[in-house]
Structure formats: structure tokens, C-alpha cells
Design a protein around this ligand. Structure first.
Ligand SMILES: [Zn+2]
Length: 658
């Protein structure tokens, strides 16, 4: 039984004009943006911390136009001190068009950033404070879910036939009290007029405050699928904003009262970094002018796409404003999953437009209607490429894989791929660990039988640490595979592949050089041959007679002592401690490993303090793993990484039609 804990808090972020100076009005296209004169309604940061006692995440809704990844990085740096890793942090803007310029796009004159740094630092501080406060009173909660559609309140100004009216509610309750809620809606908060000089959270701010007054708790708003979707009272001012808010609130009230309890499960995070190509020349100019401070690599900006799963609820966090239709395939492929999209989360890279709706004419934004047809708004999109990348990635985030890791010895999988396997398993993929031999000799001062017994217990513990769902021992005598029946071994591996149908196989690489361990070589040969032979119907027909089916392997992640081909790396920064733990848990194997290396050092007349002095093996493993995989990480600009020769569809990929 999974449990879920929740804490929440709310803090005012209305700027103090006297202390902070000029605050630029953000949101509407203009050459010279004005500054704020007054406050209509105060704006807020609302934070929610969720935990299942193993994994903790923080969700923060900020009432502002948008937040770029470099701002998010400042907050992440501060939250790291509280123990949060990047993948646990989700900060999204409500996109109010009546808040401070937090992105720099609305300066007082063309080419000058509109950011007020006093305000910006105040915002970082306040978000961190809100998270700290939310953490202080975490209660065990029940999760309630309701949704509805309010298409009558939105219009699509590009294509009136396409409308998304999704109104979503997640309610977190403890002892019949609302601790927090998260609601999403798809209309852009742009009901204030273009001439407006008063701070306002627009309808999301007003509605959230109404929810908090009526039901208690803290109400976070996430902008849903919002691209090209204006409220019906677009730019009509505060009176209409109140009218609009009342209508949204009255529907939300029904959802609040009718929400149904849903099962919670462990919090599962899938967090991916992508390189977003800046194709639009207007955006390139913003980087050239230094209005955007982010560094580009090859005209690409690094951004993130993530999915959080709690039970059957999937929260997809997107770095821009998503258009209806972009995730049609994902939705079609996952009819049973409960999916919510949050735009402008952890970045704000502009419109994410599906290819069929894309009409790039960035230079004509001043006159955006041509022959009655909408053109030119693509000026707010960085390009077509990024939408395609994100749409494909989101599909992948919903695909759960079976991973089969095969090693001859207890420590092979944990040492070479422990971080990657832990990452894959913690993302909800199924992990099957296969150990080919019994490791009878990998011990110090034990009998053969004691060695076998001891190592089996310890390897099971280690594989469970990296998340194994199943552990299979083939029990060949260790360091003797060269004398084993090769065809029989290959047949056993093919049998397992046909039985478990893995999508990914992780094992030794045939391309490694200078390998002195024959078990590693035979394993590499047998596994890699099994990977393609598993789909040959005439091989090992007895499997098929038994009722199994042929199976083709999609991907192989291959490692080697001295690899010659490396084409793929996995950032294991968040999982390096699990890797260390799993290796350390193989006490007998590690005892022998350090003992053998001490003998080798002595044979070479070397004195190595780490080996000779009485240092616990756990400390030795920690030092070595962090050194070796830290060096690998440096190559890729991350703290720790594992690298592989990845074999997949290869040239077939080029032939595929989407
Ligand atoms: Zn080995």
C-alpha cells in the first residue's frame, strides 16, 4: 500500500514599487512596455510538496508571465541545499499578462531587458521560503480527482474548430480537510486590457483565491493546453475578468464536491533534458542581444520535459505553451491513463505548435491576417523542430519497458550499469537481472559452498537495491564459461528473452578489447547472438513448442572494460549513491576485489594507502565509483555518467515515417 504525504504554502509576491523601483508590465506585444502604477489584486507563489516516503517532489505555481530555465536553475541551486535534486523540482508560471516582466522581453525600450533584478532575487527567495514552509507540515493525504470541459469560455484565434476546454482538478485531502489542490485550465490569462497598469493574477489568481476561501488549503494553478486559446473576454478588463472567474469557479465548485477518490501509487519521475533548436530569427536575435542570457550550443537551448506519475495520474510538464493536437498520438495510445498537461513548467520557450498547424512567417507579425487567414503568430514559437521533438519524447515517456540485464558475475551489472539500471527501474520500467555464474571463487577464506551461498544472498540484496523485479541465477561454475556448452548457454538466454520479451538488453559488449576474463567474453558473445537469434523461428524450436513466441530485441546497452565504441551516455547523478550502495552490498565480492588488488599492487612493489590501510570497503567503493564515473560525467557536462555502445534500429530509423 502506497501512501502520499502533502504539505502546501502560499506567499505574496506583489512587488513593492518603492523598494524595488520600476516594474515592467509583461505580456503584450509592444516596442516599449510600460511600468506598473498600482495593484489590482496581489499575486502569489503557491507551493506543494508531495512525498511517498521514498520520493519527494515539489510543485510551485508562480503568478507571472513565464520563467526561463536560467531562472529555474537559480531556484534549483537553492533547493539543492534542502536535499532536492533537479528531477524533483517543478516550477510553473500561470502566465498572467498583468505581472512583472520575469523574462526580460518587455523592456522600457527596444533591445533592453525588462527584468528588475531586485524583484527577480526576491522571487527566488520567496519560492525557496514557500517550499520550506510547505515541508513543515506534511500530512498523509488522500487524492481526489475530477474533470470537466468548459469550451464555452475559450476561443481559438487561429482556428475556431480547434478548442480544448479541459478543466482538471486534483484535490489532496487529510481528515476531510483540503491541504492543497492543483487545477488546470486552457485559456490564456489575458483578460486585462493592453493599457492595464495594475498588477493582477488574472483569472487564475482570482479563482485560486476563491477556492482557498471556500474550501481552505492552497490552490495551485497550472496552465493546460493553452496555445492560441484566448478567454472569450480577451483583453476586456477587470469587470469581465471577475465575470469569467466566477464562471470558472462555479464549475470548479462542482468538481470539488464531486471529485472521486483515486488510488495513489509510488511517485515515479521521468525527467528528460532536450536540446531545443532555435529556428526563429527573432528568438536568435534575443540571444544575440543578450536579453536571454542562456548559453546556446549549436543554436540549441537545453530544456526539460518531464512526467510525474502518482497511481494512474500522469502530470506532464512542458517547457512552453502547448497547442491542442500536439499530443494526439500520446492520448490515443494511452486511453486508460489519466493525463494532465502543464504548460510553461521549468521553462518558457514559447509556443509548441503541431506541424499541421504551423505557418512560419515570422517577419509578418505586424499584420497577422492575410486573406482572412491567420499567419505570422509563429513569431512566438522558436520553431517547428522543437514541437516535433517534444511530441515524440512525450510519447516515449508513456512507454514502459522491460529491461533485461545479463552479467556473468554478481558485480558486473552493478559496477558497469548500476546507475542506469536504477534510473530505468525507478522510472517504472520492469527490471530483470540475470546472473550466469555462481561466483563460487569470489570470496576470501570461505569454502566453495559457503562462497556460493554468501554471494547469492548478497547479490540478491544488491539487485533489489537497483530495483530488480526479478532475479534469475543460471548457476554455471564461475570463471569456467569457456568450457561450458556454448549452444546450451545461448539457448538458455534466448529462452529468457522469449519468455520475458525485453525491450532493452544490458550486457557486455563484443567490441571491448584487452578483456582477460573469458566469462565476460563468452557472455558478450552469447548475449549478443541471442539478441538477434531470439526472433528466428527455427532456432530452439522446443521453446515455441512450449508455447513461447519469437521476440525481437529493440535496444542493447553494452558495456566493456575497454570499450571501443561509445555512442550513448546516461546521466546517473541522481542514482550514483544507489550504485555505490548496491556494489557495497556485495561484501564478499568486494572483499576479494580489494584483496586481489592489494596482492597485485604488492606484486608490483607499490604501496597504496587506500588498499593497505584499514579503510572500510564501503568508503573505498564510494571513492572509486565517484572518481571513475565522475570522470565519465565530465565528458558530458554532468556530475556522474555511465556510457555504452547502444545498438538500436540503426539505419531503419531513417526509413521510419514518424
Ligand atoms: Zn565479471
Amino acid at each position: 500500500m502506497s501512501i502520499l504525504k502533502c504539505g502546501a504554502s502560499k506567499k505574496d509576491i506583489t512587488p513593492n514599487f518603492e523598494e524595488m523601483g520600476d516594474i515592467q508590465v509583461a505580456g503584450y506585444l509592444t516596442m516599449q512596455a510600460p511600468k506598473f502604477k498600482e495593484v489590482h489584486d496581489p499575486i502569489h507563489v503557491r507551493a506543494m510538496v508531495l512525498s511517498d516516503n521514498t520520493t519527494k517532489i515539489v510543485l510551485v505555481s508562480v503568478e507571472c508571465i513565464g520563467l526561463l530555465a536560467d531562472f529555474i536553475d537559480r531556484v534549483r541551486d537553492r533547493l539543492r541545499a534542502l536535499g532536492y535534486k533537479e528531477r524533483q523540482i517543478y516550477i510553473f508560471s500561470t502566465h498572467t499578462h498583468a505581472g512583472p516582466d520575469t523574462m526580460g522581453l518587455w523592456g522600457p525600450i527596444l533591445g533592453k531587458s525588462g527584468i528588475n533584478w531586485k524583484y527577480q532575487f526576491f522571487l527566488v527567495d520567496t519560492i525557496v521560503e514557500a517550499v520550506k514552509e510547505a515541508e513543515q507540515d506534511m500530512k498523509e493525504v488522500e487524492l481526489y480527482r475530477a474533470k470537466s470541459s468548459l469550451t464555452n469560455l475559450v476561443e481559438n484565434y487561429r482556428d475556431e474548430k480547434i478548442i480544448n476546454g479541459d478543466l482538471n482538478l486534483l484535490k489532496f485531502m487529510a481528515n476531510n480537510q483540503v491541504v492543497a489542490c492543483l487545477w488546470t485550465y486552457s485559456a490564456q490569462p489575458e483578460i486585462t486590457t493592453r493599457e492595464n497598469l495594475a498588477i493582477s493574477g488574472d483569472y487564475p489568481g482570482l479563482v485560486s483565491t476563491m477556492i482557498e476561501k471556500e474550501f481552505g488549503g492552497v490552490s495551485l494553478f497550472g496552465l493546460g493546453i493553452c496555445g492560441a486559446q484566448s478567454p472569450i473576454y480577451c483583453e476586456q478588463g477587470f469587470e469581465k475578468m471577475e465575470l469569467f472567474s466566477n464562471e470558472v469557479f462555479s464549475e470548479l465548485k462542482k468538481l470539488f464536491n464531486g471529485a472521486e477518490k483515486v488510488e495513489v501509487g509510488p511517485i515515479e519521475i521521468r525527467h528528460r533534458k532536450i536540446k531545443a533548436k532555435i529556428e526563429n530569427p527573432d528568438f536568435q536575435l534575443l540571444f544575440t542581444l543578450g536579453i536571454f542570457e542562456r548559453e546556446l550550443e549549436d543554436e540549441k537551448a537545453t530544456t526539460t520535459v518531464s512526467k510525474i506519475r502518482i497511481g494512474n495520474v500522469h502530470l506532464v510538464h512542458l517547457p512552453g505553451e502547448v497547442f491542442p493536437g500536439l499530443f494526439k498520438k500520446t492520448l490515443d495510445e494511452n486511453p486508460d491513463k489519466d493525463i494532465l498537461f502543464i504548460s510553461n513548467s521549468n521553462d518558457s520557450i514559447g509556443y509548441l505548435i503541431p506541424p499541421e498547424q504551423y505557418r512560419l512567417k515570422p517577419q509578418v507579425w505586424v499584420d497577422d491576417i492575410e486573406n482572412g487567414k491567420f499567419i505570422g503568430h509563429e513569431t512566438e514559437s522558436i520553431g517547428l523542430e522543437v514541437a516535433k521533438t517534444i511530441s515524440k519524447l512525450v510519447r516515449e515517456l508513456f512507454y514502459y519497458k522491460t529491461v533485461m540485464a545479463i552479467g556473468p558475475h554478481a558485480d558486473d551489472l552493478t559496477i558497469w550499469a548500476g546507475g542506469t539500471l536504477k534510473k530505468l527501474s525507478s522510472e517504472g520500467n520492469k527490471l530483470i537481472c540475470v546472473r550466469i555464474t555462481d561466483d563460487y571463487g569470489d570470496c576470501v577464506g570461505l569454502t566453495k559452498e559457503q562462497g556460493i551461498k554468501r554471494n547469492r544472498i548478497e547479490v540478491e540484496r544488491a539487485y533489489k537495491t537497483i530495483g530488480a523485479d526479478e532475479i534469475i541465477h543460471l548457476d554455471y561454475p564461475t570463471d569456467s564459461l569457456a568450457g561450458a556448452d556454448y549452444l546450451e548457454l545461448r539457448g538458455k538466454l534466448i529462452y529468457l528473452m522469449r519468455k520475458y520479451k525485453p525491450d532493452i538488453v544490458v550486457s557486455f559488449d563484443l567490441n571491448g578489447t584487452d578483456e582477460e576474463n573469458m566469462d565476460h567474453i563468452i557472455t558478450a558473445k552469447a548475449v549478443n547472438e541471442a539478441c538477434w537469434q531470439s526472433s528466428f523461428a527455427l532456432y530452439y524450436p522446443e521453446h515455441l513448442e512450449e508455447g513461447l513466441e519469437i521476440h525481437a530485441i529493440g535496444e542493447r546497452y553494452l558495456f566493456a572494460r575497454n570499450p571501443t565504441v561509445i555512442n550513448f551516455h546516461v546521466d546517473i547523478t541522481d542514482f550514483v549513491d544507489d550504485k555505490v550502495k548496491s556494489i557495497t552490498q556485495q561484501k564478499e565480492v568486494m572483499k576479494n576485489w580489494f584483496y586481489q588488488n592489494t596482492l597485485l599492487a604488492r606484486a608490483n612493489h607499490l604501496y597504496i594507502e587506500l588498499l593497505e590501510e584499514d579503510v572500510p570497503n564501503a568508503i573505498r567503493v564510494n571513492l572509486l565509483v565517484k572518481y571513475v564515473y565522475g570522470e565519465t560525467g565530465k565528458k558530458y557536462g554532468v556530475k556522474y555518467a555511465e556510457e555504452f555502445n547502444k545498438i538500436d534500429a540503426g539505419f531503419l530509423e531513417d526509413l521510419a515515417s514518424d
